[in-house]
Design a protein. Structure first.
Length: 145
């Protein structure tokens, strides 16, 4: 994934994308998937840019060529951020994280309210004769000053 800065005009973005694709294919890589999520607001300014154009490229390449591809992307003027991931490692880590989360969730104690207590809570009603209580309060001398 890489982000093209907002100082790059919309007409130049396809040229930058083609340049990156060419770097990958010239290095012996093969592009498997290409997506352009488009312009998005950045969480914080990067090189005085508040908006960036996102591009995601899934590719496979020989391991010894990855550093060369990374160098070419890093030195491209229009790209303000990039990230190269090994998808095999990322997927393996995601599975480990899911298993760990499931284990932690199983260890968390559950607070279950017994059905009888729940039923009592719902059925609790107040039997007050409101009119009688008001009359009693009005008649008492304690409330009158």
């Amino acid at each position: 994934m890489y982000i093209v800065g907002s100082e790059t005009s919309d007409d130049e973005i396809p040229k930058v994308a083609e340049e990156i694709k060419k770097f990958i294919t010239d290095s012996g890589g093969m592009i498997e998937k290409y997506e352009e999520p488009g312009k998005k607001k950045l969480a914080y300014p990067i090189k005085k840019s508040r908006i960036g154009y996102y591009v995601v490229v899934n590719f496979s390449a020989p391991p010894e060529k990855i550093s060369e591809i990374e160098h070419r992307i890093r030195t491209t003027q229009n790209i303000i951020r990039y990230l190269i991931l090994n998808m095999d490692e990322a997927l393996t880590q995601m599975e480990k994280d899911r298993a760990e989360q499931a284990k932690l969730k199983a260890m968390r104690p559950r607070e279950e309210i017994p059905a009888e207590k729940e039923k009592v809570k719902r059925e609790k009603k107040f039997d007050i004769d409101l009119d009688a209580e008001i009359e009693k309060a009005l008649e008492s001398n304690e409330n009158i000053k």
